[in-house]
Design a protein around this ligand. Structure first.
Ligand SMILES: [Zn+2]
Ligand SMILES: [Zn+2]
Length: 557
């Protein structure tokens, strides 16, 4: 479907996901009317083993420029990286629209903007759950308190020129959240009474039956475990932003007479913000610095650390290699993963766990002990939300493609009259009183960033993967410019390829090919390079079955 859509239409609004639909991560939804639009979330995705050397992936926003849409605001539902992580990278290209979010979300976003030197030019509007605010020219939003694995998460009830849209944000229905702030059921039911048009809902846990565990029950699980472990250090790995989990670990530690040390840069950052906003409370006398850990008695310390996904620079990873400047793991210590293993990271995590065992530690995780609860709704909660909101149309969001399909099926099974659409990144959807449909395909893609935050294209990653997979061969040659004679070479520089091959025969094959080339072709660098690349790759393929990346270097003198 070619994109030939009039974004100026009066009788409908349009939605275009630029990330998050068909994948977990990089959430970004464009919602617009008459040439103006807002963005809901602006997140990153983390690299996997196929994106070698890449640190971050952000949505490609080319479509916004191509369609000349004016982005009037960014609304952030909560502070997880897959919702806020791309703001500091994209805000300039987006021409610095104002940002709306809850205090914790904005505090995290502010830190990143400051790091990137873009804070001065950004307007941040703090909104509290339950408040109503106008966003851009055409939209009015009521922020809805939801429960999730980070404090200050919100869903959205959006009044648009054609009707109401409800966006769940990332949510679960925790009937017993630590701060007592339950999901705003009342507002959602109220919205449901006014014939809302569309519900967008979190699909992450559609493969899990029943209800998710409450955060409180995890606290009990952690405390029971702490009571059983009488000796050694306890190291708990958590997501740095999971403030309620951190609070429960601190409280449990206090009750069993252990002090707490925070280890890892992002933990310190998140804890500092949470304390400032009074989302986290702890007795300063209970906290010790990482440098004081070694001086604490046996069985007297809990370390709260980053590194649940075996990130190479994280505190836990460095401890596992005995490479942390302050913390040593000793036999008898216990490491608890109070987290989920994100698919794609299992290999690295298992490597990390093996190294923790090498240090003599015992390792427990959320699968084997009651030390983790998901922040995302299970099936019964997903159904409950639809039942509250009673929308006319339904769009599953925040999920890999199969999750979107399963969420659509689940919704349809329980609410047969519901009209369901399954969409992926780039689909242009039109919503009116009468219909909700796909009307075209916009460009959507990924921008790969390395540590220097330079854009890397898919093509370049393909080269990296090929070099990693099959190695690299540089073929160099010195050619006399006028006569087209070879003065030196070809010589080979071989990396990551078995070089016990008959290089003399490759050399004579290349020389033979060179001589066969016409006088004209010999003077044409590109033609010679192409020929050398082809012959060399074919040679290695015959010799040892690999097709390395070949770089011909022709020097003319
Ligand atoms: Zn989230
Ligand atoms: Zn998310």
């Amino acid at each position: 479907m070619q994109l030939n859509y009039d974004f100026d239409r009066k009788d409908s609004v349009f939605l275009v996901p630029l990330g998050g639909l068909g994948e977990i991560g990089m959430n970004m939804m464009v919602l617009g009317h008459r040439g103006k639009a807002i963005l809901i979330d602006c997140g990153v995705m983390f690299p996997d083993p196929t994106t070698l050397g890449i640190d971050l992936i952000v949505p490609d926003i080319q479509f916004l420029n191509d369609s000349k849409l004016q982005i009037e605001a960014i609304v952030l539902t909560h502070g997880h990286e897959d919702h806020i992580g791309a703001v500091s990278f994209l805000i300039e290209d987006l021409k610095f629209p104002p940002i709306y979010g809850t205090p914790f979300t904005l505090a995290l976003t502010e830190d990143r903007l400051r790091e990137q030197g873009r804070l001065n030019r950004t307007k941040l509007h703090s909104v509290l759950p339950g408040s109503e605010f106008k966003v851009g020219t055409y939209f009015k939003i009521k922020s809805i308190q939801v429960t999730h694995s980070i404090v200050d998460s919100m869903g959205l009830i959006i009044e648009t020129p054609v009707g109401t849209i409800v966006h769940s944000g990332d949510f679960k229905i925790d009937s017993d959240p630590l701060d007592g702030k339950r999901i705003d059921e009342k507002s959602l039911i109220e919205a449901g009474k006014n014939n809302p048009l569309l519900l967008l809902s979190d699909s992450t846990n559609v493969e899990r039956a029943g209800w998710s565990k409450s955060e409180h029950s995890v606290g009990q699980g952690i405390e029971e475990l702490f009571r059983k472990i009488r000796t050694g250090k306890i190291i708990v790995a958590v997501f740095a932003s999971n403030i309620h989990r951190i609070q429960q670990i601190i409280d449990s530690a206090k009750r069993v007479g252990r002090k707490v040390a925070f280890v890892g840069r992002s933990i310190h950052g998140n804890v500092e913000i949470a304390q400032r906003l009074q989302y986290l409370k702890c007795d300063p006398a209970q906290i010790v610095a990482a440098s004081e850990v070694a001086g604490q008695g046996d069985g007297k310390i809990v370390i709260i650390a980053t590194g649940t996904q075996a990130e190479p620079r994280s505190a836990l990873y460095r401890m596992s290699l005995n490479d942390h400047p302050e913390i040593r793991i000793h036999p008898g210590d216990t490491v608890i993963f109070s987290s989920r293993f994100i698919p794609g990271n299992e290999r690295n995590i298992s490597h990390l766990i093996n190294n923790l065992y090498r240090r003599g530690a015992d390792v427990l995780d959320g699968e084997t002990a009651n030390v983790h609860a998901s922040g995302h709704a299970h099936q019964e909660e997903q159904k409950q939300l639809i039942d509250w909101v009673k929308p006319k149309f339904f769009l599953p969001v925040h999920g890999e493609y199969r999750m979107l399909v399963k969420h659509a099926k689940l919704a349809k099974q329980c609410f047969p009259k519901l009209q369901v659409l399954i969409s992926e990144n780039g689909d242009v959807m039109e919503l009116s009183q009468r219909a909700f449909q796909k009307v075209g395909k916009a460009h959507a893609g990924k921008i790969f960033l390395d540590e220097g935050a330079t854009d890397l294209h898919e093509e370049l990653l393909k080269d990296r993967r090929q070099m990693a997979h099959s190695g690299l061969v540089v073929v160099s040659l010195v050619v006399e410019k006028d006569e087209g004679r070879i003065l030196e070479g070809p010589d080979f520089d071989i990396r990551g390829v078995n070089d016990e091959v008959d290089l003399d025969s490759l050399r004579s094959e290349l020389l033979g090919r060179f001589k066969e080339l016409s006088r004209e072709a010999r003077g044409d660098d590109i033609e010679v390079e192409e020929e050398f690349r082809r012959v060399t790759r074919r040679f290695f393929r015959r010799a040892n079955g690999v097709k390395p990346v070949v770089i011909p270097l022709i020097y003319e003198v």
